[in-house]
Design a protein around this ligand. Structure first.
Ligand code: FAD
Length: 413
């Protein structure tokens, strides 16, 4: 019997889905291995609710093992090196040979890139950061809160806007809205540039209606922790009482040293098959660079946003392609660029943006009216994601598909 080993680097959103799909599709004599440094998995969209005190850490974290199907080898270790020529991965625990490799290592946060950021800023972009920010928000008694996008690209184009609105809402709940100003600074020209000017205007209106002051085209240079001052390129400085940052992101260092990344530091892939330039190596999720039609930034095509919804769908595609290859079949499976996002606005309300990011001549994205339904959808998705895989598949997947049918939207699960 010809057995194959599929090694998946990273046990986050993409890695979990890819491993479960491969295990479900491949006969047991083939090995499916996941290498992940953390034993716990946390659901990142809920960091926002953790920050506002609407979740406890234990409600949004699970033992990673419980989210993987039986029959998947989980190696808790740091990926140290990928040797493309000899199809070999070095980890902090052991060496692994692979027949197929799926790189799903996500994006690292790099706050140290901006002088003063580490000392000055909270963040809701990590579990620990959200826990600390929750305490800081609880003891905040009023003043100006600066939410700052410190670099592009970053995960989830909606999250900084959601974060600013939820912070404003948490101040309102504590009767501090008159004593507090929430400011959102970003180097981008509008909210969610990838979704086009019309949608950007809608989100800008939403921010204003929630009392958030929006400052586009503000690229941060440094922060002065003593003076509590933000300094921007070619803009006036800004004094804050509390700073919350979306830190700069970069691909994990191991990918750069393995020769998988492009000049910008991300892993280029075929947008449909997620194949890298190297035979039998695929990359999915936040590590990838996938250009999209019709959106440009300084003469360079914009990239597909870094979002769990894409990591999830790409993982399905790659699992189908690898399973077909292992079984000696051709595969026509392709990632289609469809995606969606529930945009939390506070007071249990959310908007819903969805569309086709590969549409020609430019992505077609629509924003549904803010309402309780989309907030409920996000809560349901959170519960679904954190269930053991067997239960997940049979129960909520069908509910989500039904919901998508009723609302006439794509069910990208
Ligand atoms: C606050 C916030 C809100 C968000 N909201 C949404 C949302 O509403 N909708 C949405 O679609 N997306 C959202 N996202 C984005 C989403 O979480 C990511 O896009 C998604 O997790 C990407 O999946 P991934 O598999 O590429 O990476 P990840 O899920 O980050 O997984 C990467 C894994 O690799 C591991 N790893 C990295 N380096 C190594 C190494 N050297 N050795 C071993 N293991 C390693 C990491 O520990 C991690 O577990 C949000 C993100 C944040 C921070």
């Amino acid at each position: 019997m010809n057995s194959k080993t599929i090694v998946i680097l990273g046990g986050g959103v993409g890695g979990i889905v890819a491993a479960n799909e491969l295990r479900a599709r491949l006969p047991r004599h083939n090995r499916v291995v996941v290498v992940e440094r953390n034993t716990l998995h946390s659901f990142a969209p809920s960091y926002l609710w953790l920050m506002t005190g609407d979740r406890r850490p234990d409600q949004i974290t699970r033992d990673l093992r419980s989210l993987l199907r039986p029959g998947i080898d989980l190696i808790q270790a740091e990926v140290k090196q990928i040797d493309i020529a000899s199809r070999h991965v070095e980890t902090s625990l052991k060496s692994l040979d692979y027949d197929y490799l799926v790189v799903a290592l996500g994006a690292d946060l790099a706050p140290e890139v901006i002088p003063g950021l580490v000392e000055s800023a909270h963040t809701f972009y990590s579990l620990d950061g959200s826990i600390k920010l929750r305490e800081a928000l609880r003891s905040f008694t009023g003043g100006s809160i600066a939410v700052v996008v410190a670099g592009t690209p970053y995960k989830c184009p909606g999250a900084p806007h959601e974060g600013a609105m939820l912070i404003a809402n948490s101040m309102k709940r504590r009767g501090l809205d008159k004593a507090t100003e929430v400011h959102l600074f970003t180097p981008e020209p509008q909210p969610l540039p990838v979704a086009g000017p019309e949608l950007g205007e809608l989100v800008r209106g939403l921010l204003i209606s929630k009392g958030v002051h929006f400052h586009p085209l503000h690229r941060i240079k440094m922060v002065s922790p003593q003076a509590k001052e933000l300094q921007f390129e070619n803009r006036e400085s800004f004094r804050f009482d509390m700073m919350v940052s979306i830190p700069p992101h970069r691909a994990p260092a191991v990918l750069q040293s393995s020769g998988l990344t492009n000049e910008a530091g991300w892993v280029p892939v075929d947008r449909n098959t997620l194949a890298t330039r190297h035979e039998n190596i695929f990359a999915i999720g936040d590590v990838t660079a996938v250009s999209i039609p019709g959106r440009w930034k300084a003469d360079v095509p914009m990239m597909l946003p870094k979002a769990g919804v894409f990591a999830h769908a790409q993982a399905h595609t790659v699992a189908k392609i690898i399973a077909a290859a292992v079984e000696g079949r051709d595969s026509r499976d392709a990632f289609c660029g469809g995606g969606y996002c529930m945009l939390e606005a506070g007071e249990d309300l959310a908007g819903f943006a969805h569309g086709d990011f590969f549409a020609e001549p430019a992505p077609r994205i629509e924003l549904k009216r803010v309402g309780k339904t989309w907030h409920l959808g996000k809560v349901l998705f959170e519960k679904w994601w954190l269930m053991p895989p067997g239960l997940r598949r049979t129960l909520l997947q069908n509910t989500i598909r039904l919901g998508a049918k009723v609302y006439g939207i794509p069910a990208v699960i």
